[in-house]
Ligand binder design. Structure first.
Ligand SMILES: Nc1c(C(=O)O)ncn1[C@@H]1O[C@H](COP(=O)(O)O)[C@@H](O)[C@H]1O
Length: 163
């Protein structure tokens, strides 16, 4: 069993249906990951420990997903210099706009690379891109995924023209 390179954290188990899409992509890409629930609001000490220990445990990228007042990714970024990818989640009365703003609007020096609302898949692809700098096999898998997407779209275009 390979040691996890990506840590996926989410603020609540209610975030799992979206956040497991990041796990699906990492599985497809053959990237070992670890996934857990940890809230900066409800479990502040544990969340800080997760972030502080991540690099020492061999984690290279962190993906953090949360809805509403989504401080999880930013708080994690404040405790580590690893790249942190934030996924604002659609939850609560404001449909994810609250989570988007609170994830993306970080003060200078503590960046969170923020993907779209519910963009868990792209968070995983971005994690793969970051890892591809060091791991040529991940770069190759990304290339072949892009090639597959390209071919499938061209095929669909051909089918459409037949109609
Ligand atoms: N934004 C945060 C944080 C945090 O930022 O630390 N912890 C939980 N939450 C979010 O609260 C929403 C409602 O959570 P519940 O469904 O557990 O009530 C979830 O989307 C979660 O990510």
């Amino acid at each position: 069993m390979h040691k996890p390179l990506v840590l996926i954290l989410m603020g609540s188990d209610s975030d799992l249906p979206i956040m497991e899409k990041a796990a699906d992509v990492l599985n497809e890409m053959g990237v070992p990951y670890e996934m857990d629930i940890s809230s900066a609001h409800r479990l502040p000490e544990r969340t800080a420990e997760y972030a502080k220990n991540a690099r020492g445990r061999g984690i290279e990228v962190i993906i953090a997903g949360a809805g509403m007042a989504a401080h999880l990714a930013g708080v994690i970024a404040s405790h580590t210099t690893l790249p942190v990818i934030g996924v604002p989640l659609k939850s609560g009365a404001l449909n994810g706009i609250d989570a988007l703003y609170s994830t993306v609007q970080m003060p200078p020096g503590i960046p969170v690379a923020t993907v779209a609302i519910d963009g868990a898949k792209n968070a995983a692809y971005l994690a793969c891109s970051i890892l591809s700098i060091k791991y040529p096999e991940i770069a190759e898998r990304l290339e072949s995924f892009r090639e597959k997407t390209r071919k499938s779209l061209l095929e669909k275009s051909k089918e459409l023209k037949k109609l």
